[in-house]
Design a protein around this ligand. Structure first.
Ligand SMILES: NC(=O)C1=CN([C@@H]2O[C@H](COP(=O)(O)OP(=O)(O)OC[C@H]3O[C@@H](n4cnc5c(N)ncnc54)[C@H](OP(=O)(O)O)[C@@H]3O)[C@@H](O)[C@H]2O)C=CC1
Ligand SMILES: CC(=O)[C@@H](O)[C@H](O)COP(=O)(O)O
Ligand SMILES: [Mn+2]
Length: 389
């Protein structure tokens, strides 16, 4: 880059993380230049962002969104493209920094494309590490890419984990809000609606991650994400329910010190840490006032009511294909729940059945991961069909 501005590409710019990233970039026009904006099909939002940020390229994954997008940007010199290959090509174009904020395993290939050209990547898309963590971390190493966690818990750990004293770390403690059903019995959870499940008590997020938070599968995915990012074994990553979402996670050291990162629940803080890396950026929004918060509480999670926690630990111990299957089956099950085809408790049941049905064979290359992901989706769709009959 000859310019002093940081060039950025946003994968998933129209989503919750994407819009927060756009918000931060818009506030510092002298600091950033936008290379590409990528979405699935939300033409209206993407065109609005493009008019604001003037990227070189905008991409929609859905081919039938191409013409409406082209029309919405008629008269501008912004390049427009569509299709899955165009999404991956956008990530491969030279940009100093890439936000990986596509939801689900659909984010894997574009994120890998950015990593393989040695980019600095802000990683919100946890599914990338759940479905292909070993492969992805190997590529980060091989290509000298920089991976900066954006998931709030992992950003917290990134900020308080002293890499010069790795052998002095006792454990990582991931905090969990407990979601909207923290106090629900299993009987009550059996009849909850998608509207109740997406109503997260503290965070305003996309539908998929909101349902994951409600089932606590989100914390299971985050356990696997933390394992790959920080290299600690599963039994040294604890999960602690903290309903206020103020302490974003902690690292405990062998001398008894516990270091935590705190803040109001606003994704612009972890996004800004990655966007400005290695320098912190000023962010808008409410500052944390502990006097006003008053009480911070913590409690042990309940694996009986939230079996996703046990299941995620099981698949992490199994390794190989197991986490890939868990992730793919969960994506199918969450969508089926949102479409009212299955009940809330069926989500984790169905994921467990898919994991048992498919085993844990090793996955060595991307093609193995993609084949396993496709097979798990097929199995999960069959299970959904069985339940919705
Ligand atoms: N929301 C949050 O606060 C947090 C999110 N995360 C993680 O970040 C990721 C994004 O979450 P969130 O922003 O909530 O999700 P949203 O559902 O709000 O947004 C998803 C984004 O991905 C795009 N997209 C979906 N499928 C494709 C595809 N096949 N190709 C290209 N783009 C696609 C969507 O485009 P379109 O709008 O056109 O459909 C949208 O821009 C997830 O992995 C989530 O787990 C992690 C921590 C916090
Ligand atoms: C903002 C963020 O990082 C989410 O992953 C959030 O942590 C979800 O909250 P839960 O703790 O309820 O899963
Ligand atoms: Mn999180």
């Amino acid at each position: 880059m000859s310019s002093e501005k940081r060039s950025v590409t946003i994968l998933g710019s129209t989503g919750s993380v994407g819009c927060n990233t756009v918000d931060l970039i818009e506030r510092e026009p002298d600091r950033f230049v936008v290379e590409a904006l990528v979405a699935n099909r939300n033409v209206a939002k993407l065109a609005e962002q493009a008019k604001l940020l003037r990227p070189r390229l905008v991409v929609v994954a859905q081919e039938n969104a191409y013409l409406p997008l082209k029309e919405a940007l008629a008269g501008s010199n912004i390049e427009v493209a569509a299709g899955r290959a165009a999404v991956v090509e956008a990530a491969a174009r030279p940009a100093d920094w890439v936000m990986s904020a596509i939801v689900g395993a659909a984010g894997l290939e574009p994120t890998l494309a950015a990593i393989r050209r040695g980019a600095m990547v802000g990683l919100a898309n946890k599914e990338t590490l759940v479905c292909a963590g070993t492969l992805v971390m190997g590529e980060v190493e091989r290509h000298g890419a920089t991976l900066i966690p954006v998931d709030s818990e992992h950003s917290a750990i990134f900020q308080v984990l002293d890499t010069t004293q790795r052998d002095r770390i006792d454990k990582i403690i991931l905090t969990a809000s407990g979601g909207p059903f923290r106090r629900f019995s299993s009987e009550q959870m059996a009849s909850v609606t998608p509207e109740q499940a997406v109503a997260h008590p503290n965070w305003d997020m996309g539908a998929k991650i909101s349902v994951d938070s409600a089932s606590m599968m989100n914390k299971g995915l985050e356990l696997i994400e933390a394992y790959h990012l920080f290299g600690l074994p599963e039994d040294r990553i604890d999960i602690l329910v903290h309903p206020q979402s103020v302490v974003h996670s902690m690292v405990s050291y062998i001398d008894g010190s516990v270091l935590a990162q705190l803040g109001t629940p606003d994704m612009r803080t972890p996004i800004s840490l990655a966007l400005g890396w290695p320098k912190r950026m000023a962010t808008p929004g409410k500052r944390l006032d502990l006097g006003q918060v008053g009480t911070l509480t913590f409690e042990a999670p309940d694996p009986e009511r939230f079996p996703a926690l046990r299941l995620a630990r099981d698949v992490l111990r199994k390794g190989g294909a197991a986490p890939t299957i868990l992730n793919a089956a969960n994506e199918v099950a969450v969508q089926a729940f949102l479409d009212r085809k299955i009940g809330f408790l069926d989500i984790v049941r169905l994921v467990e059945q898919a994991v048992s049905a498919l085993g844990d064979a090793p996955l060595n290359v991307l093609a193995d991961v993609l084949a396993c992901d496709a097979q798990a989706r097929e199995v999960a769709r069959g299970l959904v069909a069985g339940l919705s009959r």
